[in-house]
Design a binder for this molecule. Structure first.
Ligand SMILES: [Zn+2]
Length: 342
């Protein structure tokens, strides 16, 4: 089985994004907000979006199951209010649940948390519980910077976040560290902000005692870990200077990396530097980079080709990347036990 641990619902009908634009534009007008009707999205509209893209690519590329969450760039926790963040997260998560029910063999859900800058993380816990207990979701996307590029909330390792971690441990679900769109013009969303956040989260983990407090807490750092594999020597050296244990001992029971790196040399480096037990297959299709690489003739995000092509990686190691490690991090088997109806 080949499990892609990182996919977003980027192919929703336009009415969803139109609704969000309206919601954000009237967020401070309670009357207009109350009058705003959520979009009606039919099963056929869902099928049309999924079958022409995510499902088509699964079939063409030979992957089986995608761990699926709402579109990351439109989470937009810095927009609107705490109230609109909550209703937007619920709406998006409910759509993921519908997709998982329409295609139970192909998708399993991960939720968007209803975060807002400065709002205590406790306020996100009920939605995580709802998604796990009622929808059978197996994780969440945790945004380390709800301010969208200005980093106004404490680092992920601050006790500020601990109530969420306590709940994640209780529910036995991991989080993928995933920012949303950048409203800071210095940072391009997918080209800079995403990769900055991946690198930043890793360094926060390195300098903390978080995993002493939560030995079973698990995070996936997406996009190949940002700059982490390339600068592994720097991180090892920094840890050594700080008299910390080796990184493997310090972090690698808790921190994992996905394979959303869009060229073969990048994935080769990832697999050479990071222990194979900490690498989870992912493509993030259909997402940030949708074009075809003229040098290969294949989609940049067809990451399975790069993993398949790595020389020196045993079949057993590939099985770990494609399935075994994903199962160690995400409670995949819970999807068969999830309720049939919302
Ligand atoms: Zn993503």
């Amino acid at each position: 089985m080949i499990i892609d641990c990182h996919g977003h619902y980027t192919t929703a009908p336009k009415s969803l994004w139109d609704y969000r634009d309206k919601q954000v534009s009237v967020f401070d007008d309670p009357k207009a907000l109350a009058a705003l009707a959520e979009p009606h999205i039919s099963d056929d509209q869902i099928r049309e979006g999924i079958e022409g893209a995510q499902l088509k690519f699964q079939r063409e590329r030979g992957t089986d199951l995608t761990i699926f969450s709402p579109r990351a760039s439109t989470m937009g926790p810095h927009l609107g209010s705490e109230e609109t963040s909550l209703s937007w997260a619920r709406l998006c998560n409910d759509l993921i649940a519908r997709i998982c029910r329409l295609y139970p063999e192909n998708f399993v859900g991960v939720c968007q948390l209803p975060q807002s800058p400065g709002v205590p993380i406790e306020h996100s816990i009920a939605e995580l519980e709802r998604c796990v207990n009622e929808h059978g979701f197996i994780g969440c996307n945790l945004n380390p910077d709800p301010s969208g590029g200005y980093w106004k909330d404490p680092p992920l390792t601050d006790r500020w976040w601990y109530p969420l971690y306590e709940k994640m441990v209780e529910l036995e679900v991991p989080a993928m560290v995933h920012v949303s769109t950048s409203c800071n013009p210095a940072f391009h969303t997918t080209g800079a902000h995403y990769l900055n956040a991946d690198t930043t989260a890793f360094m926060q983990f390195l300098t903390s005692k978080l995993f002493k407090d939560f030995p079973t807490l698990k995070f996936v750092i997406p996009h190949g870990g940002g700059a982490v594999p390339y600068h592994w020597g720097r991180f090892r050296g920094l840890a050594q200077d700080m008299k910390l244990p080796p990184l493997k001992e310090l972090l690698l029971d808790n921190v994992f990396f996905d394979t959303c790196v869009y060229h073969r040399p990048g994935i080769e480096l990832l697999c050479k530097v990071i222990p194979v037990d900490n690498i989870l297959f992912a493509s993030e299709m259909v997402g940030a980079v949708r074009g075809i690489d003229p040098e290969t003739g294949h989609n940049y995000d067809d990451t399975k080709r790069y993993v398949d092509a790595i020389e020196g990686l045993s079949e057993a190691d590939k099985r770990k990347i494609y399935e075994g490690n994903v199962r160690r991090v995400y409670p995949i088997d819970r999807r068969s036990a999830r309720p049939a109806q919302p």
